[in-house]
Design a protein around this ligand. Structure first.
Ligand code: ATP
Ligand code: PRP
Length: 228
């Protein structure tokens, strides 16, 4: 009997960008994940199923072996800490930067204890500790850009891609914390027990994620669009 491989994929933009890569490995969910209410989706590849969950839950499912592999952002892995996981592959999708940002004159006053609003508490603490700066961290769950505007914090640590959200709120990027992209993570026990299947899948996803393959894929998509 084929052993089952369970892959946990982050909902939202990572799922959208992962689906074409997974499809190249024959992993196509049997139902459209955006419409389906099923939490476990079988796929067109024998013995491979997807669970589609919140980004922040992916490392937890993989750490405890509820999923053998996962696809999630480096930001989420940094916060989780990586216990029980291998991180063998950078898919190069959902790229952005984790940055300190604030009002243009933020945090320049010497002597003040900086208040930083973020959902990335661990990464923020590490970033400022590496500079020998003690900061007060205020945990938020979203819309971080609001915090400096209403005096909740001097600055924020959040993800920046185009910079459009910062700009729309009169904020500027101040310091780079980390370059972010989506990674494949693997449960340590699954890497041993299901070694051949996991390795084969990683090789296929690596090939799909190579820049040349990505370019060819997007040219195919553009071509398909022109034909409509
Ligand atoms: P949740 O709903 O679980 O809180 P979320 O709203 O942060 O998650 P998404 O916005 O889909 O969910 O982001 C998921 C992941 O996508 C992030 O963890 C990060 O790795 C990546 N990401 C987030 N924002 C951007 C962005 N602007 N550009 C590129 N990648 C991003
Ligand atoms: C992310 C992030 C920033 C924004 C940055 O938010 O939290 O707010 O993207 O992208 P930009 O630099 O291209 O403007 P997202 O769009 O995921 O919204 P949410 O976190 O509020 O769900």
């Amino acid at each position: 009997m084929t052993e089952i491989l369970t892959i946990a994929v982050s909902k939202g933009r990572i799922l959208q960008e992962s689906l074409p890569l997974l499809a190249q490995a024959g992993i196509v969910p049997v139902e459209d994940p955006d419409r389906s209410r099923r939490l476990i989706l079988p796929t067109g590849r024998a013995g491979v199923r997807l669970v589609i969950i919140r980004a922040t839950d992916v490392p937890t499912y993989v750490q405890y072996g509820a999923a053998d592999l996962g696809i999630t952002g480096k930001d989420v892995i940094l916060e989780h800490g990586g216990a029980g996981l291998y991180e063998p592959l950078d898919l190069g999708i959902a790229r952005c930067r984790m940055m300190v940002a604030g009002l243009p004159d933020a945090a320049r006053e010497p002597g003040i204890r900086l208040r930083v609003a973020t959902k990335y508490v661990a990464s923020t603490r590490r970033h400022f500790a590496a500079q020998g700066r003690q900061v007060e961290i205020i945990k938020l769950y979203g819309s971080m850009e609001l915090a400096p505007l209403v005096g909740l914090a001097h600055c924020i640590v959040d993800l920046v891609d185009t910079g459009g959200t910062l700009k729309a709120n009169g904020l500027v990027p101040l310091e780079l914390v980390a370059e972010i992209s989506s990674r494949v993570i693997v449960n340590k026990a699954a890497m041993k027990m299901k070694h051949d299947r996991v390795k084969a899948l990683l090789r296929e996803l690596e090939a799909a994620a190579r820049p040349g393959d990505r370019d060819r894929r997007s040219r195919r998509c553009a071509g398909a669009g022109e034909g409509l």
